[in-house]
Each structure stands twice: as structure tokens, then as C-alpha cells.
Design a protein. Structure first.
Length: 213
């Protein structure tokens, strides 16, 4: 339920519809955010945030064994994921968390890294981004899946205050599987981040205890 502010809200017409026009967000932020979410934000599909980034592993990216350093890969993944989140939100986003990342195979000097990112679910002000990473040896053509990961981003305004994000509407079966799992992953990361009590993690409890407390 929205408390209507005493001040009159002007409306602008777009086609046959009328939308509220918000000249000053600071006057009644909760009200304007609710209305903007209802009237002005349409849901988006995962393919709208799909991002592909390629990098060539150069000497400066490697350790003394000529393998790509893990921190450099995490940095590239952060950039690809942030681009994807920004495409979905059309806003500045900040990294809120990075889920556990394991490195399955060493990536060698001269390999080409391909990082694919797309939003897997949107919440209120945050989005979860799914990443898939491949390493390709160009002379041999061998291509190996190196990592999968989830990054969470929060949309912020110019003052750093959090703002609502558009809903994500899954399209394919794969999108739906990622979308369904996102609630459990979110609860786990919020517990680990000290933002949620384990007792409140209903999805996780249902997974482990079959819906019984
Ligand atoms: C991320 C940040 C904006 C969250 O701000 P906050 O005041 O703690 O916000 P809230 O507790 O109101 O949470 C806002 C959103 O962030 C999410 N969030 C907060 N901490 C989180 C975490 N550890 N993991 C995942 N999501 C998190 C919340 O779930 C919430 O999402 P929702 O609105 O979709 O439900 C703030 O902590 C921040 O600016 N952090 C620094 C970001 C940064 O500099 N990143 C680069 C790191 S080097």
C-alpha cells in the first residue's frame, strides 16, 4: 500500500497512457520508487543482458608457471558481469558479492578466455549474474570450460543510494532453472554475508529438510 503524498503529482501522456511525472525524488522517495517500479519499468529477458567478453592471456597476466593468475580472471569476470548487470538495470551497479569460484584447469599463457554473462534473476535492488568461462588454445582449437560463477550487483543512484531494478522474465528452460535456483543461492550468500538469519532462509531449509522445520 502506498501512502499518497499531499502534494499533487503531474502526469505525462505517452501514447494513450498516462504516467506519473516525478520532478523531485527527494520529496517522497518511497512513493516515487514504488510508482516508478509499477509504471515505468518493464521486465527484461536474460538475453537482453547477455554479454560476451574475450581476453588474450599475456605474460603480465600469468604466474611463474605461465598460468593465468586467479585474481586476474576474477577481475575480468567482474567486468563482464558488471556490464551484464548494467545492461539489465540501465544504471550504475556495484558488486555486492562474489560466490565461491573454483578453478578447474590451469589456463595457459597465449590462451583466449571467453566469459559469458547474463542476469539470472532480479530481486528488489539487486541482480544475480551467472558467468560461464572458457579457455581456448588457438593452435590446437581445444576449448575447456574453466569456471562457472555467480556475482551479485546492486543498482545505485549518483548518491550511492540503492534503487529498484527491472524484473527478470526467464524465457528458456535453462533460464528457468537458473531463475529457480537463484532464491536459494541468494539466501546462502546473505547468511554468509551476515545479512540474513539462517532461520529465515525458507528456501534453503526446504531444500535440506524437505519443507519441515
Ligand atoms: C552493496 C551495497 C550497496 C548494499 O548496501 P546496503 O546498505 O547494505 O543495502 P541493503 O542491506 O539495503 O541491501 C541492498 C541490496 O543489496 C543486497 N545485498 C546486501 N549485501 C549483500 C551481499 N553480501 N550479497 C548479496 N547481496 C547483498 C541485499 O540483498 C539487497 O538486495 P535486494 O534489494 O534486491 O533485496 C553496499 O554494501 C555497498 O555499497 N557496498 C560496497 C560496494 C562496492 O564498493 N563494491 C566493490 C567492491 S570492491
Amino acid at each position: 500500500m502506498i501512502d499518497l503524498p499531499s502534494r499533487k503529482i503531474p502526469y505525462v501522456s505517452i501514447g494513450a497512457s498516462f504516467f506519473p511525472y516525478f520532478p523531485d525524488f527527494t520529496d517522497f522517495p518511497d512513493f516515487t520508487l514504488s510508482l516508478r517500479k509499477t509504471y515505468c519499468m518493464k521486465g527484461k529477458s536474460p538475453k537482453e543482458s547477455h554479454t560476451i567478453m574475450n581476453e588474450l592471456v599475456l605474460p603480465n597476466d600469468t604466474n611463474t608457471l605461465n598460468n593465468l593468475m586467479g585474481g586476474r580472471l576474477l577481475h575480468w569476470m567482474d567486468i563482464a558481469a558488471a556490464i551484464s548487470a548494467q545492461k539489465h538495470c540501465n544504471r550504475i551497479v556495484v558488486t555486492a558479492s562474489v560466490d565461491n569460484v573454483s578453478f578447474k584447469h590451469p589456463i595457459k599463457l597465449g590462451d583466449v578466455i571467453t566469459i559469458e554473462a547474463k542476469v539470472s534473476r532480479a530481486f528488489t535492488t539487486s541482480v544475480e549474474v551467472r558467468l560461464d568461462v572458457w579457455a581456448e588454445n588457438i593452435p590446437s582449437g581445444a576449448r575447456l570450460k574453466s569456471n562457472e560463477a555467480y556475482y551479485t550487483f546492486v543498482a545505485v543512484d549518483q548518491n550511492g543510494s540503492t534503487i529498484p531494478v527491472p524484473e527478470l522474465i526467464p524465457e528458456t528452460i535453462e533460464d528457468m532453472v537458473l531463475y529457480e535456483g537463484a532464491l536459494r543461492r541468494r539466501q546462502l550468500r546473505l547468511i554468509l554475508g551476515g545479512k540474513m538469519k539462517p532461520d529465515d532462509a525458507t528456501e534453503l531449509k526446504a531444500l535440506f529438510f524437505g519443507g519441515n522445520d
